[in-house]
Design a protein around this ligand. Structure first.
Ligand SMILES: [Zn+2]
Length: 244
């Protein structure tokens, strides 16, 4: 086998910008090395890079150390998510964003509260103005996109609250218990609230944590969703219970 050598092409992009990224067509180390070379003058140290199925963010840098002592911070790894469908252009923006975090952590520049403070802004602006067409944003949130076609949906139980377009999600097996829990609620509550219990295999539901059952006294995890998705769930789901 030939040893892996980073090949630096003429620019930032080694692939078609519209290519949908997955772990089979992207070499994370290669892309990291390339951006390190072009954007960071090779100042970033090598770190462990790995694919993951993070749901809420496109990528994250995991580091250890004492919270208020940036000099103790050390990077453990960077995870890049394959959960959402991301174009190569977008992937490069996300990677550059995370590499700003790497830069700041390695240089012990403290960014309290979310990590997108003044130092982050400075580095972000520098990169965005380099003229490579890179657009580093202030957030790693990509949940507005589409779920990757590699992610398989599965049947889950959903509690629909039609008045507010809120939902709760449970694994399928928990649903009889959940329905019973709601039916045991006081009559006064049931008179005021309409609830529909369904089973659904809609893939969009995979964005949310799926709860296993409900224990008395526990907090309910309720998520507001867009009306269009709510209506779709209501229309296509299999109704297994109802509080009218
Ligand atoms: Zn960030």
């Amino acid at each position: 086998m030939e040893r892996y050598q980073p090949i630096f092409k003429e620019g930032i992009y080694n692939h078609d910008k519209d290519m949908i990224v997955d772990q089979h067509n992207i070499n994370l180390q290669h892309e990291y090395d390339n951006l390190n070379h072009i954007l960071f003058n090779n100042e970033l140290k090598k770190i462990l890079l790995k694919w993951s199925s993070l749901k809420n963010v496109g990528a994250k840098v995991v580091s250890i150390g004492i919270k208020n002592k940036p000099e103790t911070w050390e990077i453990q790894r960077m995870e890049v998510s394959t959960f959402m469908e991301v174009t190569y252009e977008n992937f490069i923006n996300i990677l550059a964003h995370e590499m700003v975090h790497v830069y700041l952590i390695q240089n012990h520049k403290a960014e309290f509260g979310g990590g997108h403070g003044l130092f982050f802004q400075q580095e972000k602006d520098k990169i965005n103005k380099m003229g490579h067409g890179i657009h580093v944003t202030n957030t790693e949130d990509i949940t507005t996109g589409r779920i990757s076609s590699n992610i398989k949906g599965k049947t889950v139980g959903v509690v629909l609250f039609p008045e507010k377009h809120n939902i709760q999600i449970y694994d399928e097996k928990s649903m009889p218990d959940i329905i019973k829990t709601y039916n045991d609620f006081p009559e006064s509550w049931k008179e005021r609230n309409k609830v529909i219990f369904i089973l659904s295999d809609n893939k969009e539901l995979m964005k949310y944590p799926i709860k296993r059952g409900y224990k008395y006294g526990q907090k309910f995890f309720t998520y507001p969703i867009e009306k269009s998705l709510f209506d779709e769930l209501h229309k296509t789901g299999k109704v297994i219970g109802e509080i009218k």
